[in-house]
Design a protein around this ligand. Structure first.
Ligand SMILES: *Cc1c(COP(=O)(O)O)cnc(C)c1O
Length: 406
């Protein structure tokens, strides 16, 4: 029986790749009193988060904050820049890329899906060469936007966005570059300006360590220009009124006040550590988790070592083992939530999140839960992943500030 007042002892291990574990500091920031969103205090908060979040996107250009989940920001990116019937090239790297395409279809866009040429399902990032060839063939410039997912949360595969930009430039194609970094931002290196992205889409509940409920569009000057001519219906999502009101620190409608307190706190934490250190911290965790998967003798969903995700690791099950049955054991016996396989890989793999409020020991606990659960589910393991991860973490110094004993 599921009841909401069931409280096991100790902390639940929320090792799904979003929502990620929220630091107590951020939860406390959210518990501040809700203030007047038209009052003077609010403007100070609004201006602070709008400035801070630009640093996280590594951009000098406007970032729009919506009181919505990531899906809303997906829609916002499309309706602000495109017109009915516009052709868009969407690279299907995994389940989230496929969902974004479905959303684009429903908006009345003409989507063209590009898949990795090999037989493997959802184990690779985008192939920039494939994009370049397709754009070169589009001599009439019918394609208005290229849509790519930076960190495919369903598989643990990243895509090289700088390479996509280079491919578009090499093809001399004017399409806009729209990038979903909903789960990459704040965990994996992401550079909106340097990589020449036109709209970057993100959300609160993944690398930013916040609860679900706010999402973002970082926009380029070219995207802003496009938004003046784009004719897909837009009202709530329209950038123009929001950007205008944001100049004084306010929004046209009621913003998610308490989540903005949380965003302010999250930006303080990320910027105090430094983005480079934050990215290195996630890379180090990812290496430790992959060492565990290899020691178990299991396959990593991402087949290309150049694009392993620093945010999560997809673990493939041997033939005959249902990944969700393994997850169920780990959840029930060890109070640890792991990500389910989504779409085409349902039942074939599970996902271990290494983002949000984690440290070496919370990850070791999660890996212990996995190892015990895998054994209980009858998976024949080649060796101890827990030992391999301990070896990695103990032999590689942490890149986060460490406590010092007196
Ligand atoms: C979580 C996620 C989404 C969907 O965001 P919601 O907040 O669930 O609407 C889209 N894309 C990626 C890559 C994601 O990780």
């Amino acid at each position: 029986m599921l009841t909401l007042d069931f409280h096991p002892t100790g902390r639940h291990f929320l090792q799904i790749p979003g929502p990620s574990p929220v630091p107590d500091r951020i939860l406390r920031a959210m518990s501040l009193p809700t203030i007047d969103h038209r009052g003077p205090e609010f403007a100070a908060l609004g201006l602070k988060v709008l400035a801070d979040v630009k640093k996280i996107f590594q951009t000098q250009q406007p970032v729009i904050i919506y009181p919505a989940s990531g899906t809303g920001a997906w829609e916002a990116a499309l309706v602000n820049t495109l017109s009915p019937g516009d052709q868009v090239l969407m690279v299907e790297t995994g389940h989230f890329a496929a969902l974004w395409q479905k959303l684009a279809d429903r908006l009345g866009l003409k989507t063209e899906v590009m898949r990795h040429p090999g037989a493997e399902v959802w184990r690779h990032g985008v192939d920039a060469g494939q994009i370049e060839a397709r754009l070169k063939a589009d001599t009439q410039h019918a394609i208005k936007a290229v849509c790519v997912v930076h960190n495919e949360t369903s598989t643990g595969v990243t895509s090289n966005i700088a390479a996509v930009r280079k491919a578009m430039d090499a093809a001399r194609h004017p399409a806009l570059l729209l990038v979903d970094t909903i789960s990459g931002l704040g965990s994996a290196d992401y550079r909106h300006d340097e990589w020449g992205v036109d709209v970057s889409i993100s959300g609160s509940q993944k690398g930013l360590m916040l609860p679900p409920g706010i999402s973002f569009n970082a926009v380029s000057a070219k995207a802003l220009e496009a938004s003046k001519r784009a004719t897909l219906p837009k009202a709530f999502w329209a950038w123009d009124e929001i950007i205008e009101m944001n100049k004084s620190g306010y929004w046209p409608s009621t913003p998610n006040t308490n989540l903005l307190y949380a965003l302010s706190e999250a930006c303080d934490m990320l910027l105090a550590h430094g983005l480079e250190a934050v990215f290195a911290r996630h890379q180090r965790w990812a290496v430790g988790v992959r060492a565990a998967v290899r020691a178990w003798g299991l396959q990593i969903q991402c087949a290309d070592a150049a694009v392993y995700s620093p945010v999560l690791t997809g673990v493939m099950m041997p033939a005959g083992i249902d990944a969700d049955a393994v997850r169920k054991i780990i959840y029930e016996r060890f109070d640890c939530s792991l990500g389910t396989g989504l779409g085409k890989v349902k039942g074939k793999m599970f996902r271990i999140g290494h983002l949000g409020d984690c440290n070496d020991l919370t990850l070791m606990a999660a890996l212990s839960g996995c190892e015990m659960g895998l054994k209980l589910a009858g998976v024949k393991l080649a060796g101890s992943g827990v030992q391999a991860a301990m070896d990695h973490f103990s032999s590689h110094a942490a890149v986060v500030p460490e406590r010092k004993a007196a």
